[in-house]
Each structure stands twice: as structure tokens, then as C-alpha cells.
Design a protein. Structure first.
Length: 171
């Protein structure tokens, strides 16, 4: 069992990456938490690497709209992937969190957007619209004043809140 474990982790990483590359909107990546990441350091590292690869791919394309992160029922990923998502925001790539069958818990740092009950496609489309309407997020450094970044994120979040309200009213 010990010899097959790295191969299974690599196969899972490959499948997760190829799934994520099927973007729902130009300049948007979708990353999803997967159940097999639970309590396995190797696979947790693979989830973190997936996020980092997607962010690097978006930045390579230029003018990224952001990442739609579909977490567990609370919108959470394991620690490494959560940190990679936070670093993406610090580098100017917005991250909207969705909860698979639940409600997104707010992050203590307040840098993630809450997509509410929007679908992946709706969240991706809204990220593109926010980028076009409010501009790209400014990059920030660790320990720096995050006021400008938070102000722009607030503009983005107001768009997501409005879209979620409109979707709820349409029901």
C-alpha cells in the first residue's frame, strides 16, 4: 500500500487539475475541495499546489478575473489550500467562496468574497463583471496596510450580495 500511495495522490492531482482547467468564464479558474484531501498531508499539499497552479495560470494569461473556490458545506478547504487562496487575494486575484450544499463561513482575515448560493457559472460571470466595472484588485504585501485592497473587495462583495438577493427574490 505504501508504494501505490504517491501514484494515487498524483492521479488525484492530475484529475483535479484537468477538471479545474475547464473554466466557466475567461480569466476565471474554478477549484474544488475534494473529499480525499481529508487528513492526508500529501494530498493536502496536492490541493495547495492545485490552487497555486491555477493562480499562476491565471496570472500568466494576464488580467485575471479571479478564482471561484467551491469548498465543503461551509466553504472551507484544508489549511494549505486556504493559505494559497489567501495569498492569491494578496497578489490581486479575487477569490469568491461557495459552499457545496451549505453556507460560507467568513474568513477571519476577511479577504474572501462570499458567493452565497450562486452557481459556479454565476459567480464566475460576476467576477468578470466586477473586474470590468471596479478594476483589478491591487496587490498587497504581508503586513502592509490593506485598506485599498479591502475597499475594492467591498465593492466586489456588494455586487455579490446584490446578485444573491436578486436570485433569492426570483424564487
Amino acid at each position: 500500500m505504501g508504494r501505490g500511495r504517491p501514484i494515487h495522490a498524483l492521479l488525484g492531482l492530475f484529475l483535479a487539475i484537468t477538471t479545474a482547467w475547464a473554466s466557466v468564464a475567461p480569466g476565471v479558474a474554478v477549484v474544488r475541495t475534494v473529499p480525499w484531501v481529508q487528513a492526508d498531508a500529501t494530498r493536502d499539499g496536492a490541493a495547495e499546489m492545485l490552487v497555486l497552479l491555477e493562480v499562476a495560470r491565471l496570472r500568466q494569461l494576464g488580467n485575471p478575473a479571479g478564482v471561484v473556490a467551491v469548498g465543503d458545506r461551509r466553504g472551507l478547504f484544508h489549511t494549505g489550500a486556504e493559505e494559497a487562496l489567501r495569498l492569491a487575494v494578496m497578489r490581486g486575484v479575487p477569490v469568491v467562496k461557495l459552499a457545496h450544499g451549505g453556507q460560507v463561513l467568513p474568513a477571519p482575515h476577511g479577504l474572501f468574497l462570499d458567493g452565497g448560493q450562486l452557481s459556479e457559472a454565476e459567480a464566475a460571470t460576476l467576477l468578470v463583471r466586477c473586474r470590468d466595472r471596479h478594476g483589478v484588485l491591487p496587490a498587497a504585501t504581508e503586513g502592509a496596510d490593506l485598506a485599498e485592497l479591502r475597499a475594492r473587495l467591498q465593492l466586489y462583495q456588494s455586487e455579490f450580495t446584490l446578485a444573491a438577493s436578486a436570485r433569492l427574490a426570483a424564487r
